[in-house]
Design a protein around this ligand. Structure first.
Ligand code: ASP
Length: 304
């Protein structure tokens, strides 16, 4: 039997000691555990990887302690502009949305793009129109804001975003019992980003990629770097064309052109054999996985 598995991230970031309070870390661990359970249950019942990654990411989007859906980073204008992508490793079908406002679960909208539209990537008002047509739950701008993101917005308003701007984007990769891979990634981008800025998360091959031929990959970190390195596709290419073991491919991708692509980078990956890889160059990456009926693993700091 295929060793079904689910791997999640809740963002990779470089933090100063004490910057993440024990209370916030506890909320994030709990959120990862909940999302892991939501996606794992589907795989355990024999459901598809695509459903599992969507369910896990929806759970994290609904959780205000992560930068996706509710709790997303705000633009300089103080609004959440949400990006998400989902990809089916079996068929290479994919759906992506960017610059979406009012949609509570951008990953559900990306799934609708995948299933009900002839397109792959919709942005802004066009994406919102599709959400309205399909009756997805909407919410006013205040729903997405939290005390933390409002405070960050006040501090950053008017400044250029820095590479340290919080990365708690969420992502999931899954392998189901039929041997199919899938990936989903969702984000509010980086704190204080310009209106209209889009990062790597919804870009296929940038921050999100899945193919049964090699692996499923979801990235987090400085989106500008991840896109320029096409890191999700880099992992795929290293596995497929160089036959690198998944963990080595992930390490190589994180360190690709380190001099030019200097900044925070993290990724999670799974291959069709159920190998799990987690690679990051930061001191924090919220992460979790469960393989088959094995014990769930949940961690935040590098050295745990
Ligand atoms: N990669 C995301 C972006 O640049 C941010 C993150 O990982 O938190 O939009």
């Amino acid at each position: 039997m295929t060793p079904y598995a689910l791997v999640l991230h809740g963002g990779a970031v470089t933090l100063r000691p004490g910057e993440l309070s024990p209370e916030e870390a506890a909320f994030q661990r709990q959120g990862l555990r909940q999302a892991l359970q939501a996606g794992w249950e589907i795989l355990h019942q024999g459901g598809p990887a695509l459903d599992a990654v969507e369910a896990a990411v929806r759970t994290l989007e609904d959780n205000p302690h992560f930068n996706a859906g509710r709790g997303a980073s705000l633009t300089r204008q103080g609004e959440a502009e949400l990006d998400a992508a989902i990809m089916d490793g079996r068929t290479l079908q994919a759906g992506a949305v960017s610059g979406v406002r009012y949609v509570q679960n951008p990953i559900a909208l990306a799934r609708i793009v995948l299933e009900h539209s002839p397109h792959v990537f919709l942005t802004g008002d066009g994406a919102l129109e599709l959400a309205l047509e399909h009756g997805l739950p909407l919410a006013p701008p205040g729903y997405f804001q939290t005390a933390k993101t409002r405070q960050q917005w006040l501090e950053l308003a008017g400044q250029e975003p820095t590479p340290l701007s919080g990365h708690d984007t969420v992502g999931a990769v899954a392998l189901d019992q039929a041997g199919n891979l899938a990936v989903a990634t969702s984000t509010g981008g980086i704190e204080g980003q310009r209106k209209g800025r889009v990062g790597d998360s919804p870009v296929l091959g940038g921050g999100t990629y899945a193919s049964n031929e090699a692996c499923a990959v979801s990235c987090t970190g400085d989106g500008e770097l991840i896109m320029r390195g096409a890191l999700a596709h880099e992992v795929y290419a290293l596995v497929k064309y160089r036959n690198l073991p998944l963990a080595e491919a992930c390490q190589a991708a994180v360190h690709l052109r380190d001099d030019e692509l200097r900044g925070d980078k993290g990724l999670i990956a799974l291959d069709p054999h159920g190998n799990v890889a987690l690679a990051f160059n930061t001191n924090v990456m919220r992460r979790a996985y469960r393989v088959g009926e094995g014990e769930p693993y949940v961690a935040i700091f590098r050295d745990e």
